[in-house]
Design a protein around this ligand. Structure first.
Ligand code: PMP
Length: 316
């Protein structure tokens, strides 16, 4: 990933993009005391300025995570201000409308030195940015997922429900293995029953059967995605029935359609899921629920339709 060189925001001000200094005994380096967020700024299709999608939701999720990770969090206003300043400092990196976005990465880390296991005595909140295109090499084309039985990304009582940096270390190996076999990503099962679908490495899961949309409910082991929440709302507004429930591997046999949601992946259709050597195939293409929801979401995010739900923050 090519990072922007024009600026990042920390300690209440903008800095020139560059390395940061940390003590070797910083809490984040030794005990993984860190959180991140991810959001995108789009260039407005007509006229000047940029659009952010629901940044207050990212701020609130960071606050929930900060409590779990024993850190003080920025307020919603501090968070949004830092994000806006970072976008403005990097505006020349924002791709033209329809050609990508500026991905914004807020971080909250235990930066103070601590040798014994305890929360760090000091914290750093910083925001940086990088221009991005599509997340999967397939672009917005359908992806193929592999169900992983041996690796779990989260366990009950752990930190799966918050966006802590430590949740991503357990998935690296499984993701690399799946990619080397030609899969786009891994789909994780719950660690107790090894039967219920949770999410992929960086996105939430939805299945469609007979026009009814279902998604695993977030019970502490699944990240409550902001795209997930928005898609549930958009789908209901468009007359679909949406059920948040336990979704099992048996449901995969029955599903007509499967898709993933996330800031990076947006709404990505899934053409197949492989489980214990069996490949389940799903409907993709123009006439699918995921395509309709993709259009509904991205037309709001890119400012192509009126923002009736108040989800957009304008930056000029
Ligand atoms: N699950 C995981 C594990 C993720 O990392 C992400 C990306 N933040 C998501 C789901 C999707 O969340 P969001 O829609 O807020 O990007």
């Amino acid at each position: 990933m090519k990072c922007s060189r024009d600026g990042y925001f920390t300690h209440g001000k903008l800095n020139r993009y560059g390395n940061i200094e940390l003590s070797p005994s910083a809490g984040v380096l030794n005990y993984g005391q860190g959180l991140f967020e991810g959001l995108k700024a789009y260039r407005r299709a007509k006229g000047a300025g940029f659009l952010l999608f629901r940044p207050e939701e990212n701020a609130k999720r960071m606050q929930v995570g900060a409590e779990r990770m024993c850190m003080p969090a920025p307020s919603v206003d501090q968070f949004t201000h830092a994000v806006e300043q970072t976008v403005l400092a990097n505006k020349r990196w924002v791709p033209p409308s329809g050609k990508g976005s500026l991905y914004i990465r807020p971080l909250l880390i235990g930066s103070g030195a601590i040798l014994g296991l305890a929360p760090a005595p000091e914290y750093t909140f910083l925001v940086y940015a990088a221009p991005v295109g599509t997340y999967f090499k397939e672009g917005m084309a359908p992806i193929n997922l592999l169900i992983e039985r041996e690796t779990h990304r989260a366990t009950p009582g752990g930190t799966g429900g918050v966006k802590t940096i430590a949740n991503y270390a357990p998935v690296l190996q499984a993701q690399m293995r799946a990619k080397s076999k030609g899969f786009s990503d891994v789909l994780y099962l719950d660690s107790v029953n090894k039967r219920y679908l949770e999410e992929a490495s960086s996105c939430n899961l939805f299945i469609v059967k007979g026009g009814v949309i279902s998604t695993p409910y977030t019970n502490g082991t699944i990240l409550p995605g902001i795209t997930r929440k928005s898609i549930i709302e958009l789908a209901r507004n468009n007359g679909y029935q949406v059920s948040e429930r336990l979704v099992s591997i048996d449901d995969l046999r029955e599903a007509d359609e499967v898709f993933c949601t996330g800031t990076a992946v947006v709404v990505s259709p899934v053409s197949s899921i492989t489980y214990q050597g069996h490949r389940y195939r799903y409907r993709t293409g123009e006439e699918t629920v995921s395509k309709k929801l993709y259009e509904a979401l991205t037309s709001i995010q890119m400012g192509l339709v009126e923002d009736k739900l108040g989800w957009i923050v304008n930056i000029n």
